[in-house]
Design a protein around this ligand. Structure first.
Ligand SMILES: C[S@@+](CC[C@H](N)C(=O)[O-])C[C@H]1O[C@@H](n2cnc3c(N)ncnc32)[C@H](O)[C@@H]1O
Length: 358
């Protein structure tokens, strides 16, 4: 990781411009979303080399000329568009905003799940509580409410979550099945995507999904659809309550994009419970995105930005961690890292852990 270790090489003029971009960031975010939502980016893209005039765009849309014009002007200032002889063209950033599916998943997640709640960031930081969550529902954390979120919010949450894990899962299967696990426990297994990836990759493996009831109901309905109800099993629990069950003596425990849902103290408790449940030859596989392990600065930016979703919306006390913090917590829980693999999927790291012999 080489970014952030020296001052940015930009002029004072550029830095001052960057500061103004931050000051107006919610404006540019909403403009980008509207240009995309109203189909204007697509229409400009389709116009090709000759570009498209404001009048033509007005004819194509139900919006007023005024509405389209303010969006286009700001689109120029944001570098999404360029304009010559009154004809608008898509610039490179506009191209990626329109065609890059990561940008669209991130944008929908920020708009639908986070935008309103982020207004409460200051209070969330002061109170150590996700004060923005009330915009979505009345729960202690977002997790018991996931299956009850308004449809559009739910869609954007799951698409964001699945986008990152889906990209990692395929390349992970051969790595995980190298140790020939017969029984995998997917801790925080959500709607069962990893369980079904495992059962279709290996025709004898059993998978137990440990999760909250809302997610488990969906997972078990999905298990039926995948015809694997006999090999995918539910274990309803709440990992924040040490009196609730934790599956014992599995061959392999799987925690994907899961530990980032908890504070450091909660992670150590969960890892200690995992360690106590493990045999000496069991494995615990932790899949996470750490900002310091990102191969590109864009990845570190997205990972660090995601932390603030946890602060203001999800639970008020968790984050995307630095890998050194996670390694410390793993050791504190009586585990050691047997294998450490970076650059899986979209910047994921796999830590294969074993129990320290007493
Ligand atoms: C970010 S999702 C990750 C889902 C999946 N493992 C993946 O890689 O896409 C976190 C999961 O942890 C579960 N979870 C969060 N808090 C929990 C708790 N206190 N007890 C049990 N599961 C919890 C959530 O319900 C959710 O399914």
């Amino acid at each position: 990781m080489s970014f952030y270790q020296s001052p940015k090489k930009i002029s004072a003029y550029e830095a001052k411009f960057e500061a103004q971009k931050i000051a107006f960031a919610p404006v540019s975010f909403q403009v980008a979303r509207c240009l995309s939502q109203f189909g204007l980016l697509l229409q400009i893209d389709k116009a090709g080399e000759q570009g498209i005039h404001l009048e033509q765009l007005t004819q194509l849309n139900d919006l007023s000329e005024y509405a389209i014009h303010v969006l286009l002007d700001m689109g120029l200032s944001m570098g999404l568009l360029w304009c010559k002889d009154e004809h608008y063209h898509l610039d490179k950033t506009g191209h990626f905003l329109l065609h890059d599916d990561m940008a669209s998943k991130n944008l929908n997640f920020i708009h639908d799940v986070c935008y309103q709640g982020l207004f409460e960031l200051e209070a969330s930081l002061k109170n150590g509580k996700a004060e923005g969550l009330k915009h979505l529902g009345d729960w202690e954390t977002i997790y018991p409410g996931l299956s009850q979120l308004p449809e559009q919010v739910k869609k954007s949450w799951f698409e964001f979550d699945h986008y990152y894990s889906d990209h990692a899962f395929e390349s992970l299967l051969p790595l995980i099945f190298r140790s020939n696990p017969k029984h995998i426990v997917d801790v925080g297994g959500n709607t069962g995507k990893w369980a079904f990836a495992c059962t279709s990759y290996n025709d004898s493996v059993n998978v137990t999904i440990m999760d909250l009831p809302g997610q488990l109901n969906v997972a078990m309905k999905n298990a039926k659809l995948h015809n694997v109800s006999d090999r995918v099993h539910p274990l309803e629990t709440d990992l924040l309550d040490s009196n609730k069950p934790f599956y014992q003596q599995a061959d392999l425990y799987w925690m994907s994009q899961f530990l980032d849902c908890f504070s450091k103290a909660q992670i150590v408790t969960i890892l200690k419970r995992a360690s106590a449940a493990m045999r000496l030859d069991s494995e615990l596989c932790i899949l996470e995105t750490y900002w310091d392990r990102q191969p590109y600065e864009a990845g570190a930016y997205c990972v660090n930005a995601t932390s603030l979703y946890f602060t203001a919306i999800a639970n008020g006390n968790s984050r995307m961690y630095h890998s050194k913090d996670m390694l410390k917590m793993i050791s504190e829980a009586g585990l050691y890292v047997d294998e450490d693999v970076d650059n899986i999927g979209l910047g994921h790291t796999l830590l294969r852990c074993k129990k320290k012999p007493n």
